[in-house]
Design a protein. Structure first.
Length: 131
């Protein structure tokens, strides 16, 4: 069970800084056709846990990345060996906010082998488009 989370008081500032950081991470990625932030950051519920949860001090950034046809993720993205019906999970480093490190998880969708309709349904009402 997730511990209680204290939200950052200025969610608009968190969003603005996180969005700029994500855009810089994706800037040189010619393989990306679409990108969305999903869950806590997109919903304005980004913060710190009262105790670590899954080796994390706070919310992670869930970034959904749709690859262009016949593309592969950049080599510097760390594949976690997690494969699901609509994504493969990668780690893209961290986002620093007010001295706290927040992991960036990329749910990478390859349209040639993942269920894109399922992805779109999961993102419904819980996401913001970055690219």
């Amino acid at each position: 069970m997730k511990p209680k989370k204290t939200l950052y008081s200025d969610q608009a500032d968190v969003w603005s800084k996180a969005k700029r950081h994500i855009e810089s991470v994706l800037a040189d990625c010619n393989c990306v056709s679409e990108a969305y932030v999903w869950a806590s950051l997109a919903e304005g519920k980004f913060g710190l846990y009262e105790k670590p949860y899954r080796n994390q001090a706070g919310s992670d950034i869930d970034l959904v990345v749709v690859l262009k046809e016949h593309s592969k993720p950049p080599e510097n993205w760390k594949f976690t060996k997690v494969r699901k019906a609509w994504f493969d999970l990668y780690e893209l480093g961290t986002f620093e906010y007010k001295g706290n490190s927040h992991q960036i998880d990329a749910l990478v969708v390859d349209p040639s082998r993942h269920d894109v309709d399922r992805m779109r349904k999961a993102l419904e009402d819980r996401s913001k488009r970055i690219k």
